[in-house]
Ligand binder design. Structure first.
Ligand SMILES: NC(=O)c1ccc[n+]([C@@H]2O[C@H](COP(=O)([O-])OP(=O)(O)OC[C@H]3O[C@@H](n4cnc5c(N)ncnc54)[C@H](O)[C@@H]3O)[C@@H](O)[C@H]2O)c1
Length: 298
């Protein structure tokens, strides 16, 4: 077996599993039973498992009430269909809402709808991220601004409209999905993406510090080399072929395999849960050790 193969050698090769240890009511331990999550950018184009769908699935499996917001109605429908096929008993804990993060009023409406439907909003999961490729000579200013608008300003707007609900609840956890690319050069020429993700980390830290005394925490996750559908559209162009991309990304990981969306989702569950009550204003890498190594993705 190739050291770069993602097939199993021992259990940890599979990545985190979300659907094990469920009890009869469809929950795992129920550690998010008290939480209501606004999960932004958690639709799923074609119903495939991306970071957003994996997070929504894991939040529901732990007993949370979840409002999924996404720009794409079709991606929302697909996510809802998959989630309810897997866990029909979660139907009364799942809400979907179309919201484009470029439009503040749509985010405000999504936060309001979530709090109104479930009575409270205690967790914001900001998963939206677009890859904007191109170096300083190729990318125009509009492209750079677009990366900042969607990846960073959208997060600010989502926080702006989630925090008042958290203050009302007397507690909250804000989780932003940044990237290893916001911390390190990854071998890809996408400075707009890198800058937006770096900014997202410090935005998150600043909000976590500001609200620490009010019981609201804010932390980011920095995934690195995750095997999601996104890489087949937005990253593949950096490589000669799809196969070359997959091989390079598996090889670049210190573990010999890319991570899975479930690996990222389990970090989000931890940050949403009371178990992380003393974790604030920091970044949790989910990258197999990548950012600690000296190797780039290719
Ligand atoms: N895949 C990786 O290797 C990797 C690595 C590091 C970080 N990430 C981050 O993980 C997150 C999710 O990545 P993914 O691979 O699952 O991507 P994805 O494209 O499958 O998911 C992103 C979701 O955000 C939605 N979205 C995009 N623009 C939006 C907007 N304006 N308003 C509302 N929703 C919008 C999309 O419809 C989609 O459902 C992103 O923030 C990405 O930067 C991914």
């Amino acid at each position: 077996m190739s050291p770069n193969s993602s097939s199993e050698r021992f259990p940890s090769d599979r990545g985190a599993q979300t659907d094990t240890y469920r009890s009869r009511d469809g929950m795992k331990s129920g550690r998010l039973r008290e939480e209501t999550v606004l999960a932004v950018g958690c639709g799923s184009p074609d119903g495939q498992t991306n970071n957003g769908l994996a997070a929504a699935r894991a939040f529901l499996a732990e007993g949370a009430r979840v409002c999924i917001a996404d720009r794409e109605p079709a991606a929302l429908d697909a996510a809802e269909r998959v989630l309810l096929e897997e866990a029909p008993e979660a139907a009364d804990r799942l809400l979907t809402r179309v919201a484009d993060v470029a439009d503040e009023s749509q985010l405000a409406a999504a936060a309001h709808a979530c709090a109104e439907a479930f009575g409270v909003l205690t967790v914001l999961h900001y998963n939206v991220g677009i890859v904007v490729n191109g170096g300083v000579e190729e990318l125009d200013i509009a492209g750079f601004r677009r990366a900042l608008d969607i990846n960073l300003t959208g997060a600010f707007a989502a926080m702006k409209h989630a925090v008042p609900h958290m203050r009302e609840a007397g507690r909250g956890s804000i989780i932003t999905v940044s990237s290893a690319g916001g911390l390190r050069w990854m071998g890809y020429d996408y400075p707009a993406y890198a800058a937006s993700k770096a900014g997202l980390i410090e935005l998150t830290n600043a909000v976590g510090m500001r609200y620490a005394r009010e019981g609201i925490r804010a932390n980011s996750i920095a995934p690195g080399l995750i095997e999601t559908p996104l890489i087949h559209t937005s990253i593949v162009g950096h490589h000669e072929s799809r196969e070359a991309m997959l091989a390079a990304r598996h090889a670049a990981s210190p573990t010999g395999r890319m991570g899975t969306p479930e690996d990222v989702a389990q970090a989000a569950v931890f940050l949403a849960s009371p178990e992380s009550a003393y974790v604030n204003a920091t970044t949790v890498p989910v990258d197999g050790g990548l950012i600690h190594s000296s190797f780039a993705a290719h």
